[in-house]
Every structure is written in C-alpha cells, then in structure tokens.
Ligand binder design. Sequence first.
Ligand code: GLC
Length: 710
Amino acid sequence: MTRIDSLLTAMTLEEKIGQLTMIAANAATTGPTSQHDLPAAIRAGRVGSVLNLWGSKETSELQRIALSEGPHPIPLFFGLDVLHGFKTIFPIPLAEAAAFEDELWEKTARAAAVEAAEAGIHLTFAPMLDICRDPRWGRIAEGPGEDPVLGARFAGAKVRGFQGTNQLRGSRLFATAKHFVAYGAAQAGREYASVDISERTLHEVYLPPFRAAVRAGVAAIMPAFNDIAGVPMSANRTLLRELVREKWGFEGVFISDYNAIAELIKHGVARDLAEAAALALKAGIDIDMMGGAYERGLPVALAREPALIGEIDAAVRRVLKLKEELGLFATPIRPSGSTAFAAPAARRALAREAASRSIVLLSNRGVLPLKSAPRRVAVIGPLAAERHEMLGPWAMTEWADDTINILDGIKAALLASDVVSANGVSIDGNDDSGIAAAVQLANTADLIVLCLGEAASMSGEAASRSQLDLPGRQEMLARAVFDAGKPVVAVLSSGRPLTVPWLFDRAEAVLSTWFLGSEAGHAIADILTGARSPTGKLPISWPHSVGQVPIFHAQRASGRPANPSDKFTSKYLDVPNEPQFAFGHGLTYTQFSYSNLRVGREELPIGDPLDVTVDVTNTGARPGEETVLLFIHDVVASVAQPVLAFRASAKIALAPGETRPVSLTLPADAFALVGRDLNSVIEPGEMEILVGPRAERQELLQAKVRLIAR
Ligand code: GLC
C-alpha cells in the first residue's frame, strides 16, 4: 500500500477535508480577512496548506506542529504571491513582457524562487497569465499584455523558472497558473465583473497561455473569480475538468482563488455553502482557499450526496501527491540559506538588467541619451522620490527601504551635476500648492526629469480605473513645468498605459517605466545617460483615449474596414482607430531598417514549419539591439482572421552600419486557426508574412506563402 493509500485509509472525513483547506496567516492581506487559530486548526488536522506566511522560523514552527501534533504526519505546504520577486523585486510582469525575452523571464523567476524557497515558501500563486486588452482593468499590470502568443511564451518561461528542475529541489517553487480563465475580459474593465466572450475568442486569446503552462508542467492552476457567460469559473466543470484535466492532461491541483468557492452563492448559482462546495468539487477544484466552503459545506453536501466521497478522496490524493512531489514528506522543513542562485548582489544586478530591458522609450526628439552631465537637473513630480511605489501592487514584502528610487538613481549617475528635486503635487488628490515651488526649481535647471504616474495601489487587484489619465493634479504640474521652457524628459511609472497625448506633444522624450522594482532608479538613470540603450517594446497597444478600449493589434477587418475618406466604414468621429503607440512600439538610441525578406518556401505543405529571414541594418550612429517582430495574416479563411497576428520575435545586436540576417522559424501550428467547430485547423490558402519593428502594417515588410494540403 502506498503512503497516500495508507493515509487515506487512516484519515477521518474532517481530516480529509482539512487537506483540501488552505488558510491565510496574516503576514499579508490579499483578501477579506478572518481570524483563525492556525496552530489549533493544524493540530486538529483541519488545514492542509497555509498562504501569506513567510520566514523559515515562522513556517518551520507551523510545520513542526503539523508533523508532531497533528493527527497524521502530513506536512503543510506554504503558498505566497511571488509574482515578480520576493526580497529582490523585479519589474512587474507587464513591464517584463516588454523585454520580449524568454531567457530573462526565466532567470528572474528562478531568482525569486531561490529567495522565496529560502523563506520557507513551497508554492507561488504565479505566473498570472490573463491576457488583457482593456487597461481600465487594474490587473493588466500582473500579466503579459494583449497577445496570446507572447503570453504563452511568458507562461512557459515563468513555469520553468519557478519550478526549476528536480536537481534544484531545495530552491524550487511550484508554480500556479492563474487566473483561469478570461479574467482580463471583465466587462467594462471593472474588477470581478462578469465576462461574456465567444467560445472562439476564449480559444483564440485567453486559453493559449494556460495551455502553455500545462505543457510546461505547471503544478497548480487557480480558477478566476469571474463567470463566463453566467458560469462561474469555480463551478466550471466543462473548462476545469473536461478541457484542462481530460483533454489537456493536467495532473496537478486546482486551488481556488480567495473565498471564491463560497462566493458561488453571491454569483447566484448556489443556495448555500454545501451546494457551493459540491459544485466546486465536481468542477475539479481540490483546495478551497480561505472560503470555509469545503470545511463547513462538504459534510452537508456529502449527507445530501454520499457519492461525493469519491471526489473528496480523489482531491485528497492530488494534494498529497503534490506534497510528495514537493519532497515535503522527505524534507518537510527546507534547509535555509540555499545559495543555488548567486548572492543577493547578483540578484540586484539581475533586477537592474531586467528593469532596464523593460523600459520602453515611447518618444524622443533627440534629447536622450544625455549628451553630457547637465549643470543642474531638476527631478520633479510625485514619483521622483518614491520607493515603495516602485515595487508595484504585488510586492509581498515590506522591504522597500532598499529600493533605488528615481532621484537616487539620477544622483548616482550624474555625480557632476547639481541634482535638485520637488514633488510639486501628490500622486492623487487636489493639492496644487506645491506647483509654484516646483516651477521655481525648474527655472533654475538645465534639464527637467518629470516623474509622473500612478500609485502602485492604482493597479493590481481591486484597482480598476474608469479613466486612464494622470491622477490628481499631475497634469497641472506638468503643464506649469513645461511653461518654464526648459527641456523636459518625462518618466511614467504606472501599472497600465496612460492616455496623455498632450505629454507626448510637449516633452522632449517620454519613457514608460511601469513599476521596475528594487533597482528602478538605477535602471532609469542607465537609460537616461546612455549607459544602457532602451530595448523594450510595448506588449500592449497604448491607447489615445479610454474610449478606444478594448484596443489591440489582432483586430478582425470587419466588412467595412476603416477608410478615412469613406463615411460608411469602421471608425470614430472624434479619435483615430489606431492607438497612440502600437503593440511592439519602442524606440532605441539608433535606427534600424529592414530589407530582403524571404521565406523558406513559397508553397508550404500543411504541417510543415516555415523559415523566415530578413536583413536588419543599424542605420544610426550608435550600437543598438532590435527586437524583430513577425506577424501573419490569413487572407481568406473559414473564419475571419485578424489583419495582423503576432507570431514570433527575435533579437539582434548591431554595430552602426552593420547588416545581418535574422531568421525566425514558424512552427506548423503558427498557421492554425480556431475553426467553425472550435477545433484547431490549418487551412490551405494564401498567408501573408509580415516582419518589422511593430504592429504598424505600413512599416512591415511582406511576403506571401501558399499553404497547400498534403
Ligand atoms: C487574491 C488574488 C489572487 C491571489 C490570491 C492569494 O484574491 O485574486 O491572485 O493569488 O488572492 O493571495
């Protein structure tokens, strides 16, 4: 008899349900809190895992209770939201997505895993893989942006980075792909709102990153809070069990979101906790996070439906198997001080590199990189001296004091300059009394770095915004500073794109820096001074106005594609269709040209990959690195396809004047579409291959391939 069999035989119903219950300690608050006597619950065998607790001492104490005072020698596992770092904080996921760099994504996840594992954490509630095309939704900050192909790459890299290989057992974090699924399509961008999308859109856009996570071996999946067309994900048997478990072959555990099972009552699909618990269990959810639904609801549900015991036993098996795979039975208490990854200095260096590669240079009239150290630099704005804000909305630690803020970074980089600073206004709120002093300071400076944006709490969970402009009196401050007539470089810190067309009209340069983490200030200064060149490209379309959202590059043509000279075509009266900046937009400190696009074959048998090559030339005066983007357009298909659909990217570093070929290979399934029957299919016909710097058709080189039936 296996260990799991013997434990199952020995456990009471209450103890089995205990393994399916996750309780929050309150070292961090990530949902509605309720007081729990954790040690007592552990001794009684009423809890199998704990979230929001860290520290090898703290976790070891509870583990000792579980093993020596619990009803059975079953270890706990500890979960925490380690999205983009634990003690060393890396850029928020939306920022890192701008790097278009799988290796970097994996490296930062690996570094985070080592730090969190050292603090006794076994599982992270990450990567967050919700594709989003509506920046009103605050959680866009936590995910990989608008594109399912980029999102799928991000998923694989993060799962590999967090989970590592078996050889790294001591410094592994089991990963959780969340929030399954389509949470980023919340109606009106409003948090927790219902989602109503077509099945085709679900398969084309929202499922692919999760499919990639399952293929990468992700240990857990967290269903989302939302319903899809009235079926809450926590009760969605069709998607959780029939698609993910049975069709995709997922063998890990489903962990509910915080209290989400109990919330099936508020969704209006369960009349009481017992019904909610039964629905979730039948859908395939193994662990109830902070809902009390399994603990209080399952015994009643079982009395109503005795056959549920089979589902309970199956769920307990999966949880105990997870604990075995984590090595917890053999090593319930992790040896602290693992140095599987280099010393913290190496992690800070990685954070600085990741941050600089996540910065997107949106506009530049030539003022950057700074040609020489200005005599006096005025660093003005409410984000200039902020430390905690640089960590973004999901930094689960209070170690912000060692964060390098923008002012620190500029001072350290411009030692010969006189660097002065003023907030001018607060991030939010109506107090504009500080603007006059800020303008006075601006009048004395040769260069102004204007630090604007959002507070970290204005994105992330429960942080939807109906407008995407600068909060508070920041625009008033900016306009007053511009009127001082000095050169202004604007640095935007935010969890989403911001609609500030007036800023791009007046600033000499604008950087999107998102929230860059522990090394934010050094990374921003590296880019301003040219110590590093900007390489980031937008993983989301940057809207002109909130009225354009949802806005994204992979749009279908419609029967009346936009034509400015034809009234009866798809467009607005008051804004362009195009975003302020397209998916893939990002300037460097040089210029690149593309030429000589060629494809491996002009007739491609369906099922074969396609090699694509393009020559890239650095036509500028500085070395630079370009990210080459490849899109396709399936011209005629059984289902209308996007006019541009991102499929691949590759990076190349070139010296001034240098030309080199860049080759990308499209796997066969890059040409697949979701057919009328919702199955994936590759159809014969003409395929456009478009290659260039960003999702602007007129800037892309184009070739044609004819897919032919074998
Ligand atoms: C929160 C979030 C989820 C997080 C969980 C645990 O409500 O929705 O992303 O992992 O609770 O903190």
